[in-house]
Design a binder for this molecule. Sequence first.
Ligand code: GLN
Length: 550
Amino acid sequence: MAREDHKYIFVLGGVMSGVGKGVVTSSIGLLLQQKGYPVNLVKVDPYLNVDAGTMNPTEHGEVFVLKSGLETDQDMGNYERFLGRDLTNEDYMTSGMVYQTVIERERALEYGGKCVEAIPHVRDEILRRLEAAASYNGSRISVIEIGGTIGDFQNALFIDAARVMKMNYPDNVLFVMVSYLPTPGTLGEMKTKPTQSAVRELNSYGVQPDFIIARSKEPIDEKRKEKIAIACNVRRDRIISAPDISSIYEAPLNFEKDKLSDALLEALRLPEKRKASLAAWKKFATAVANQKAPEIKIAIVGKYFDTGDFVLSDAYLSVIEAIKFSAAKLNVRAKITWVNSKDFEKGAPVKMLEDYDGVIVPGGFGESGIEGKIKAIQYVREHKIPYFGLCYGMQLMVIEYARNVLKLKSAHTTEIQKNSEDPVVDMMLEQKQHIADAKYGGTMRLGVYPAELKKGTIARGAYKKAAIEERHRHRYEINYSYVKQLEGKGLVFSGTSPDGILMEIAELPRDVHPFMLATQFHPEFQARPLDPHPLFTEFLKSAATRSKKS
Ligand code: GLN
């Protein structure tokens, strides 16, 4: 295929943020892929951080790690989950990344003495990156989400790059504006004016939307579609209703009610290769929404609970989604409760965990709340409540075991206690130099690494294979010099790096505990709607068994 034939769909937000551009982008990707077209999804983040790794999850949501190790925005996780495949570094860019390249080139005299400017040089770098993403992996259509809202100062260069793309390839570029139609309580009527204003504003960039995805509480009626069509110059059949839904996985099914994928292909001048086959997706979305499925109670014991509910679930987004996928597969409904580990430090009784069918300690950093997590882990170990630890959740499980079973009372991680007498969790060797040089960004052990699984273990039984690859994000590891002692007292390291040096999975045998297993990696990053993660499924199975007993 000639490069000029590649198709680009830009997704922009009008009116306000937080109305679901990411879900629209993911859904368009899924629908076009179902129609037989290879798609890649690109997230453009207008902030100056070079990647998302240095951002606090309470402010920005989860840091999603790609297979390559790039630390990205949580939207990338949704993209991978909807497409059911891995994305690459080319599919993500921040202003910081773009500027960094331009500045490095300037320092290398690559602009030949010219004055280097936002336009054209930064814009050109954005275009270069978009084209690089397009040529990856035989993709035929790129769907590009531009972060922020139309009118923001920060994303203007990206919108301008999109405009130039349209100028260069007029038949191959579409603009989809995700808008919002409020229904003020006092009027009880859905208003189109903010959408009209947002389109005017977008027009002032030299961009005309081809599609409007109209987000609203209720589906929008024909009268309002008509009004938007005339006021905004958008064909009526390209105004797509997007009412609130109970789960994001229903979005593509809803869009198909308005025949979105046919309309997109028509606008892109692409023939329909095949009917979108959404049967498997529909089955999954129905299972997720099934309120009648038996409920199992899961406690997530964490610390990112400081700024209210909205942010709290965002900080652990992939974990929640991974639970949903396995629950849907098992035909159960997981009810998640957030338990603040700091409460256990202040004297709240850990016994409250007795009310749950399973407990997760997810990833984390730093000191705050960790003694509370260790208390929780001790309780679930001693009371045989299914436990699943993720990254920090494995390190803390090993510390708890060392303290209370090996009787190494001062066992700790050097992340918290630099001169611990028993550093059972210690900084990885290659990390020490990064920290000494204050090089924090993008230097953790990141991305996919292989591990081998021991025969006869829970992990091996769940994966049904001997070799795995999982995504990582950590600086500390189980200290190898304690491995023999820990094993001597019954802890099983069922997954290790192929050279046997790095402990990747720790578990207790089934005859000791129904399910006590933790991973140094983050299994949640590779859990997919139609391909749930085997360890999450295994954990939920044990939780379901406990729930039936109680
Ligand atoms: N803080 C721990 C480390 O850096 C765990 C990291 C995590 O949970 N992602 O190793």
